[in-house]
Design a protein around this ligand. Structure first.
Ligand code: NAD
Ligand code: MN
Length: 815
């Protein structure tokens, strides 16, 4: 096409994502084995099934077909791994899960390509939605692993979990299942859906790569009738977590009844999309596209029933047809394609059957004028009007790109129509009248209600159904309860009924957690074998606005070791340095409005960079305090764990919803305080600093920090750690010098919103006195010390509350 022609037609050119890396990966691994104990095993009966590329209908790969003998072996592996994994400290589990999240990001494009090839969904969706959400789930639940001991003290893991997932979001459903299970100390045997195993197998490779202890995650591909049923019936499994159709869910409920197995079911849906006449119709049209043509409509919570207020129905339908005419269907790997292929020929046939039935029952069907590709399994976006509420297509889940529309007159009628279904997974409400929308939302029988949006998911928020859409929630803290049981519950499954196959020892994988050879390192330090060369002189400056700047005073102060020897110099901070630091902290206020996920990421990154330099930081602590090396290493390790804790809390310390005696709700939202000043305790030069800085920045504050007066070098060594961890400039500013002089300036400063002071009693009093000027919030220790090593005293909700303020937003509703 010539440039002129392109300009005139404004046709899209092809924008294909390369399939080659995905295909090469498949070739390298074929035939795929079963993933048990971190090893690839041949299926017991030597059988394989083919996985097709739905966009071509051709074979993509051969994957192993497990049978009940393989299930036995996998369950034994998971049981024996549970003996150690179930007792592994939360921080260690958090590190493994953090590594999984990282590796998913490292392989994100390969995963996206494999998912599109195997499932038929557009690369735009796998690349921008599925895979990023998968990583997000592992990060989020790494946080709950870290916090389990302190936040769920009365609970223990359930045990071995059998997990069965569908094909519509293959890797995302895997993440929804595996991440909370591992976080809570369970081990799993997972069965991917028959059509879409490939990304689960790539995930298995990631498990090997990060060195997760063998047997914690086992993945068995194959047929439902072989693997699925064997898992459900297996006596060595403590819980079944299932996502799929309501029919299969019902049969699983029957099979597991009375067995003592815990069960959660995420099933089908027929969700309503309710449009009131004051809604913004252009947004509604885009909403509908995301509701029913996202993932070819193969979405459990797809809003497949469009309920429109009668007086705007014709206008909306007209607009929708115009939009549908412009949707692009075709090669899932084309970056400009909106709709890809249906997962399998069987599913395609089922959609066609239901659509035919809709026409027979008298509804009016409309499809765009363009034709679908003839190769592969494609179905055009389809809109039904004139649908009776009792029609088959209004009641049955079609699980394809088919929208049925009906009309209502009043809000009450809309609610009635919306709830006229045996399902209850989700609902979407569109109106520019917030009172109306909030009045309707609680009346809808659905686990998720989206207002002026649709199909939004995140790890932080629970998802699951009412009625025949199942029970149990995935996501959020509520999702954790599916994977824990009270500690007093000691009921064990009858292990003797297990058929022990093979010798699966519970070796604990090497992992990334290593025992420091503390003893010899300490000796080396004590005998001075590394003092042959004079150290390079390193005089730390101030850290302001992300830059290392000279002190305004031009003076330095000596820092001594416990024997009174000078071990370094730091800048003598003054009023001017504090002013600059406060200004820099204000300039960084965007930190509070960024996402909590991003703040968590940066805290993890700081922990990672600190751990790389563990030895150096430990030596610095020894130098400043004279404590034994092993003890200093412990301080560094606790500091790293503390950073993990606040990375975890960053997206989990949340507000609540009050229910005063009005028709309405009050959202108690937590906000950062603003610019905070922190004077660190003298003891624990690194841990004292980290324990205060981490919660304050996790909650979105920006800081001016005065490190330990006698031992500031651990904090000044952190400059480089902070600089290499993507922390925006000005979020943490550090001014060294005389604690009380600097604290006085900070406490007097009108642009400081809160001040924490950990020091002698008179200093505390001075800070409280000075704070009266602008009535800043203060938190002081009245001269009492705390044991910073102890997680009860050194971290937790007290620190988070001191870092936040509550705003109550009143939302009455009703017309
Ligand atoms: P499906 O029920 O046929 O299969 C789901 C999984 O269960 C597959 O892995 C399958 O192999 C396995 N399975 C099938 N029969 C089994 C049996 N008797 N015992 C044990 N395992 C068995 O569903 P599907 O066609 O793969 O997925 C589409 C369905 O899943 C839709 O109804 C959709 O609404 C639902 N779904 C629900 C959610 C949710 O979160 N609520 C999410 C995605 C999909
Ligand atoms: Mn496939």
């Amino acid at each position: 096409m010539s440039v002129v022609e392109i300009f005139e037609t404004m046709e899209y050119g092809p924008a294909p994502e390369a399939a080659a890396p995905g295909l090469a990966w498949i070739k390298e691994h074929e035939p795929f084995g079963l993933f048990i104990n971190n090893q690839w095993a041949k299926p017991a009966n030597g059988q394989y099934i083919e996985s097709i590329n739905p966009a071509t209908g051709k074979q993509l790969a051969k994957v192993a077909a497990a049978n009940s003998a393989d299930v036995d072996v996998a369950v034994v592996a998971a049981r024996s791994a549970f003996e150690t994994w179930g007792k592994t400290p939360g921080h260690v589990r958090a590190r493994y899960m953090y590594a999984i999240a990282r590796h998913i990001q490292k392989h994100s494009r390969l995963l996206a390509v494999l998912e599109s090839l195997d499932n038929g969904k557009p690369i735009r969706e796998t690349r921008d939605i599925d895979i990023p959400l998968v990583a997000r789930h592992f990060y989020y639940y790494a946080g709950w692993a870290q916090l389990m001991e302190s936040q769920l003290p009365g609970y223990q893991p359930v045990g071995v979990i059998g997990q069965i997932i569908p094909w519509n979001f293959p890797l995302l459903m895997l993440a929804w299942k595996i991440a909370p299970a591992l976080a809570m100390g369970n081990t799993v045997v997972l069965k991917p859906a028959r059509y879409t195993s490939l990304t689960a197998l790539k995930f298995a490779e990631i498990i090997q790569e990060i060195g997760l202890p063998p047997g914690v995650v086992n993945i068995l591909t194959g047929e439902a009738s072989q693997v699925g049923e064997a898992l459900v019936r297996h006596p060595g499994i403590n819980k079944i977590a299932f996502t799929g159709s309501t029919d299969v869910g019902r049969s699983i409920r029957r099979v597991t009844a009375g067995s003592g197995k815990k069960l959660s079911l995420e099933l089908g849906g027929k969700s309503p999309f309710i449009v009131f006449d004051d809604a913004d119709l252009d947004s509604v049209v885009e909403g509908v596209v995301d509701a029913i043509w996202f993932n070819q409509g193969q979405v459990c919570c797809a809003s497949s029933r469009l309920l429109v207020q009668e007086n705007i129905a014709n206008r909306l339908v007209e607009k929708l047809r115009v939009r549908m005419e412009h949707l692009r269907i075709g090669d899932p790997l084309d970056k400009a394609v909106d709709i890809g292929a249906i997962v399998s020929p069987g599913q395609l046939k089922e959609i066609q059957r239901l659509v035919n039935q809709g026409v027979e029952e008298g509804a009016v069907m409309w499809q765009p004028s363009w034709a679908c590709p003839t190769e592969g399994y494609f179905f055009p976006p389809t809109l039904f009007t004139n649908v009776s509420p009792a029609a088959t297509i209004a009641q049955v889940e079609i699980f394809g790109p088919v929208l049925v529309s009906m009309t209502f007159r009043t809000p009450a009628e809309a609610v009635e129509l919306a709830n006229n279904t045996r399902y209850g997974l989700a609902a979407s409400v569109w109106s520019d009248n917030i009172n109306l929308a909030l009045d309707v939302a609680p009346k809808l029988k659905a686990g998720s209600v989206w207002i002026n949006c649709t199909n939004l998911f995140d790890a932080s928020s629970g998802f699951g159904g009412y009625r025949e859409s199942g029970f149990g929630r995935e996501g959020g803290k509520e999702g954790l309860y599916e994977y824990i049981r009270p500690k007093w519950e000691t009921v064990e499954l009858p292990l003797e009924t297990l058929h022990i196959a093979g010798d699966w020892s519970s070796s604990n994988g090497s992992g990334s957690i290593q025992d420091e050879d503390a003893e010899s390192a300490f000796q080396e330090l004590a005998f001075g074998s590394i003092t042959a060369l004079p150290a390079i002189d390193r005089t730390p400056k101030m850290f302001i606005g992300g830059k290392q700047v000279r002190p305004d005073s031009g003076y330095s102060r000596d820092i001594y070791d416990p024997q009174g020897q000078v071990i370094g110099l730091v800048g003598e901070g003054n009023r001017k340095d504090i002013r600059n630091a406060v200004e820099a902290a204000h300039a960084a206020s965007g930190w509070a409005t960024g996402t909590t996920h991003n703040r968590a990421q940066i805290l993890y990154y700081i922990a990672e960079n600190l751990s790389i330099r563990e030895d150096e930081f430990a030596r610095r602590i020894v130098q400043q305090t004279g404590r034994p090396y092993a003890n200093a290493v412990a301080e560094v390790q606790v500091s790293i764990s503390r950073l993990f804790s606040y990375a975890a809390w960053a997206d989990k310390f949340e507000g609540v919803i009050h229910r005063p005696p009005i028709r309405g709700a009050v959202l108690a939202m937590l906000e950062a305080i603003g610019v905070m000043a922190i004077a660190c305790p003298g003891e624990y030069p690194l841990l004292g600093f980290i324990s205060l800085v981490a919660p304050a920045i996790a909650m979105g504050n920006t800081l001016v920090v005065v490190p330990s007066q006698q031992s500031p070098l651990s904090a000044t060594d952190c400059y480089q750690v902070l600089e290499t961890s993507d922390l925006p400039n000005g979020v943490v500013n550090i001014v060294t010098g005389d604690r009380d002089t600097l604290s006085q300036v900070l406490a007097d400063h009108d642009d400081v919103d809160a001040m924490w002071y950990f020091g002698p009693a008179e200093g505390c009093k001075r800070v409280e006195l000075a704070s009266a000027g602008n009535m800043k919030r203060t938190w002081v220790n009245y001269g009492h010390s705390r044991n910073w090593l102890d997680p009860v005293q050194g971290e937790g909700e007290e620190f988070l509350r001191e870092s936040t303020q509550v705003k109550n937003i009143w939302i009455p509703y009703g017309e």
